[in-house]
Design a protein around this ligand. Structure first.
Ligand SMILES: *Cc1c(COP(=O)(O)O)cnc(C)c1O
Length: 374
């Protein structure tokens, strides 16, 4: 067996969150066992995708589900499905094609680094609104013969500029247009698994490798059965746009098991663990002049999920001799390494992916670093 140590790859204490760069989340023993069991036999992938989807849809209580190679892959498949439908010729050519009905309407404030997956699939964005406002009439006016779908990025609902999902759904559906929702990192709360579907969203994408703690290379698509059938038709193992977004049987069974466990687990206990870890870190670093920590919740996008309490540290360079970036860099080069995130004013410690006890190491390491500077 080759280990991280053999390769010289360092292990990380993850105080950042379920970031893909930091390898997402950790799978439970049950998920790994399901993957190992799945590895012993051959199956027909179509059969497995259809039946795992049906199983999960019934468990979650939605019309249809499909396991994908990540939420971003789900965005690409959703786009392909909305553009190509079941047209074999279009399906085979995507992302290229002539006179495609390929416009995806998006609010300007909903553009984000993940939406390249939509362009990859042949989608062409038609932007509405601006950085500070967006109105229903702008959505109405952008709809044309060439519109394939409307894209909605849940994180951007935090902006005042965002046209809310319920209004988007009302307008889009009045024009028989599907709404694709990126909810990749919107768990917890668990209720979000069904919230956007219940509001009427047509296709909703979640990451399998974030809070669901399935394989990192998996995703969960939920939604309307006809559209999900089209997503599957445009995806692996078929020769279509989704063919490079391959999933192995182990990943499919791993995510299926992870979702099953997710629906049963005690979410209140997880919340308590995060709160305790955040409070421990804040409390035990309180005495250091120039380092001011506060337990709270994020108020800007790209720090999802917003319901997890974190510690927001202001780092005063004059008092401490280092700023927040320099402190983070020292943490990254500590042994073991600690990764954190930032907003404009703060170094943020997110307990979401911290193992039990790691909060103690973080406190000791930050204290050690600051002592070393003085
Ligand atoms: C992580 C993330 C994605 C991509 O999800 P993968 O499962 O890694 O493909 C897309 N959108 C948002 C908002 C994300 O946070």
């Amino acid at each position: 067996m080759t280990t991280y140590q053999d390769l010289g790859v360092k292990k990380i204490i993850n105080a950042a969150g379920t970031y893909t760069k930091y390898s997402g989340s950790l799978m439970s023993k049950e998920v790994l066992e399901a993957m190992e069991a799945a590895s012993k036999d051959f199956v027909d992938i179509d059969d497995l995708l259809i039946k795992s989807g049906k199983y999960l849809a019934d468990l979650i209580g939605v019309e249809s589900a499909l396991i994908t190679a990540g939420a971003a892959a789900g965005l690409a498949l959703s786009t392909a499905a909305c553009i190509a439908g079941n047209n074999k010729a279009v399906k085979r050519k995507l992302p290229l094609g002539d006179n495609l009905k390929n416009e995806i309407i998006v609010q300007k404030s909903h553009r984000n680094p993940y939406d390249q997956a939509i362009i990859t699939a042949g989608g062409e964005f038609v932007e509405i609104g601006n950085a500070i406002e967006c109105f229903g009439w702008e959505l109405e006016a952008a709809i044309s013969e060439k519109t394939a779908a409307v894209f909605h990025f849940i994180q951007s609902d935090m902006f005042r500029s965002s046209l809310p999902l319920d209004e988007v759904l009302e307008i889009a559906h009045r024009h028989q247009l599907p709404v694709i929702v990126d909810a990749a990192a919107e768990l917890p709360p668990r209720s979000n698994l069904t919230k956007f579907i219940e509001m009427g969203a047509d296709l909703v994408l979640f990451s399998g490798g974030k809070d669901l703690r399935g394989p990192q290379s998996s995703g969960l698509m939920l939604g309307n059965k006809d559209l999900i059938d089209l997503c599957r038709a445009n995806g692996y193992p078929n020769h279509a746009l989704g063919r490079p977004m391959k999933l192995d049987k182990e990943t499919i069974m791993g995510l299926t098991t992870a979702v099953e466990l997710y629906l049963k687990e005690d979410q209140e206990m997880r919340m308590q663990k995060w709160q305790q870890q955040a409070e421990y870190i804040q409390h035990n670093l309180e005495g250091i002049a120039g380092l001011t920590g506060q337990v709270g919740f994020p108020e800007q996008p790209l720090t999802q999920p917003a319901v997890i309490p974190r510690v927001f540290f202001e780092v005063d360079k004059e008092k401490l001799g280092l700023d927040k970036e320099e402190l983070a860099e020292k943490l990254y080069f500590a042994e073991p390494a600690v990764v954190v995130v930032f907003d404009k004013k703060h170094l943020i410690i997110n307990p979401h992916m911290l193992k039990e006890g790691e909060e103690k190491y973080i406190v000791e390491e930050i204290a050690r670093i600051i002592e070393g500077v003085e």
